[in-house]
Design a protein. Structure first.
Length: 317
């Protein structure tokens, strides 16, 4: 059973509302980076059943369900989708993908703040009411499922928010996360992997013929960071991205083990991290300069991922 006793709710049931409050506070206190980025690198598609090419006629593509957390939901990117408590955009990467491949049907149940148990076994509380487990949207005739999950399971957003620094005289926060050689984030990733495998099994059980793609997390910050433009100690910047890479690596292993696909968004977001010039960013910093939540994809980032995914899906044959 996915979402067992190992899932501790660190944030209160109204964690999305609290996250929005933190977002607004962050906007008042941080500034942006301006370093120029290198060119992005497109990921290679894996072998799978071919689907209509990007830009296909509406209705000619697969029956598509999008599941996941805020990395997929794209909170505060215009325009807002229902239910509003999920802080979901109509221009997140799932919507971009659905439009480009001409999905025959499209159900976007992504929701900011989601953990794996919210996808599988329990209703997720939001500020406008609870939403059903996302898995309920997957049916026997579903043909494509994308999933972005894991960041909240291991508390990466919470860690990133608490690691904000205004001075390098303040010790890096990452030193508090590794005690006696034990890395708490790595330990959490190891512990949660079985639940991600269980999630994939649940999806396959409901839609045996569906193509399932785990969509990974991006390149959030370059190794050295860009302090003080973005208020992260360089040591913490390197640590945080290393943990994102570790999470992506484990999701890739889960996908391979369960016979589904993993789509790596890190190559295409290199040079478009929080330290990039504002016009080049795919992921906003602590003080967004484009409509988006702090440390989340903006419209350009969602468009880039959705477009790359559409190309990947179309080339899957």
């Amino acid at each position: 059973m996915v979402g067992g006793p190992g899932y501790e709710r660190v944030m209160a049931p109204n964690r999305i509302h609290q996250t929005v409050t933190a977002v607004l506070l962050t906007l008042l206190t941080a500034s942006a980076c301006v370093d120029a980025p290198p060119a992005p690198i497109a990921p290679k598609p894996s072998s799978a059943a071919a689907l209509p090419p990007p830009g296909a006629a509406p209705g000619s593509g697969p029956r598509y369900v999008a599941m996941g957390d805020s990395a997929a939901a794209a909170p505060l990117v215009p325009d807002q989708a229902e239910p509003v408590g999920c802080l979901k955009s109509t221009n997140g990467y799932p919507s971009v993908l659905a439009r480009r491949m001409g999905a025959a049907s499209f159900t976007d149940v992504t929701c900011s703040g989601a953990r794996t148990e919210d996808l599988v076994s329990q209703a997720q509380p939001t500020r406008t009411g609870a939403v059903p487990p996302q898995l309920s949207a997957v049916t026997a005739d579903t043909q494509l499922v994308t999933v972005t999950i894991g960041g909240n399971d291991v508390d990466l957003p919470k860690i990133a928010a608490t690691c904000r620094r205004t001075s390098l005289d303040t010790p890096p926060c990452s030193s508090d996360l590794v005690v006696d050689g034990v890395d708490s984030v790595s330990t959490a990733i190891d512990a949660k992997a079985k639940y991600w495998s269980g999630l994939v099994d649940e999806i396959r059980g409901r839609a045996p013929s569906a193509r399932v793609v785990l969509v990974g997390y991006g390149t959030y910050v370059r190794p050295e960071g860009c302090f003080p433009a973005e208020p992260v100690n360089p040591v913490d910047a390197a640590y945080f991205q290393t943990k994102v890479d570790e999470l992506d690596g484990r999701l890739r292993e889960v996908a391979a083990d369960r016979g589904v696909e993993f789509f790596d968004t890190r190559p295409l977001s290199i040079g478009h991290d929080i330290c990039a010039a504002p016009e080049d960013r795919y992921i906003e910093g602590f003080a967004p300069v484009s409509p988006a939540a702090p440390l989340h994809p903006n419209g350009a980032g969602a468009l880039a991922v959705g477009t790359a995914l559409a190309d990947y899906v179309a080339a899957g044959g």
